[in-house]
Design a binder for this molecule. Structure first.
Ligand code: KIV
Length: 280
């Protein structure tokens, strides 16, 4: 194991020292390699791969097999970040026993360091059983995309006092059940601040304001590589879709107009061999 590899004690200390934690998603080898090289603390093989890589219109259809396939590719690239596999919809909701089995697959088959799952008090049994089996769990509260139809769409959660209190209680329950951290998605910054102060474990915000202990974004949103819905909380740092389209169009035009391949991209034959070829 590399000695600069991020572990849970590192992340716990970062919260204690008030140093912000960074997490990004990755789903394949080349991008995971680049993300890891930048020193990001946690890489999540998120089930958002359903939207941004597999072309589904939600995360609901994503399967364990798809998650494991992508997590293995990411594992082969990551040598610094703490690596988390995201349990897909219905892989942990049927029974705690099945939840433990599927969580175990991320560690045994894909080499992940931990798993993430969505939901509040209803997931406490599954969380504590997975943790008791020796598998670290990251919770996920607020806007939980796997149950978007129950939530009535992509809406900020916990905007009224009753809703906010429910999320705060769920965060406390997940901490009690043994989670080592919690993702807070799309909730008011005030609520995220209260949770981050109340909990000993760290919080990672996505659309939850600056008072969380760290931040997470979907890599393809940050890179401008996903043309679907772009939530208000996404800061786009690059326009890779634009760059890729310009490059592919330039390639097509170069071929059609005879600018590629030139001599520089071709292989020469000696004059002697060329003469022989002509004689034959
Ligand atoms: O699947 C995912 O990418 C996530 C992050 C948005 C936290 O759950």
């Amino acid at each position: 194991m590399r000695d600069d590899r991020i572990t849970i004690p590192h992340l716990v200390k970062m919260k204690k020292d008030k140093r912000k934690i960074t997490m990004l998603t990755a789903y394949d080898h080349p991008l995971a390699l680049l993300v890891d090289r930048c020193g990001i603390d946690i890489i999540l093989v998120g089930d958002s791969l359903g939207n941004v890589v597999l072309g589904y219109d939600s995360t609901v259809p994503v399967t364990m097999e798809e998650m494991i396939h992508h997590a293995k590719a990411v594992r082969r690239a990551v040598s610094h970040a703490f690596l988390i596999g995201d349990l897909p919809f219905m892989s942990y909701n049927i029974s705690p026993r099945e939840a433990v089995r599927n969580a175990g697959r991320f560690l045994k088959e894909a080499g992940c360091d931990a798993v993430k799952l969505e939901g509040g008090e209803e997931t406490v049994d599954a969380v504590s059983r997975i943790v008791k089996a020796g598998i670290p769990v990251l919770g996920h509260l607020g806007l939980t995309p796997q149950t978007i139809s129950k939530l009535g769409g992509f809406k900020v959660q916990g905007r009224d006092a009753k809703g906010a209190r429910k999320i705060i209680n769920s965060a406390l329950a997940l901490q009690e059940a043994g989670c080592f951290g919690i993702v807070l998605e799309c909730i008011p910054d005030k609520v995220a601040g209260i949770i981050s102060e109340k909990l000993d474990i760290f919080t990672l915000g996505i659309g939850a304001g600056p008072r969380c202990d760290g931040q997470v974004l979907v890599l393809h949103d940050l890179l401008g590589l996903y043309s679907g819905f772009k939530p208000k909380f996404v800061k786009q740092y690059a326009d890779l879709s634009g760059d890729i389209q310009s490059a592919v169009t330039a390639f097509k035009n170069d071929i059609e107009e005879g600018r590629f391949p030139t001599k520089d991209f071709s292989f020469a034959m000696s004059d002697k061999e060329a003469r022989k070829l002509n004689e034959d």
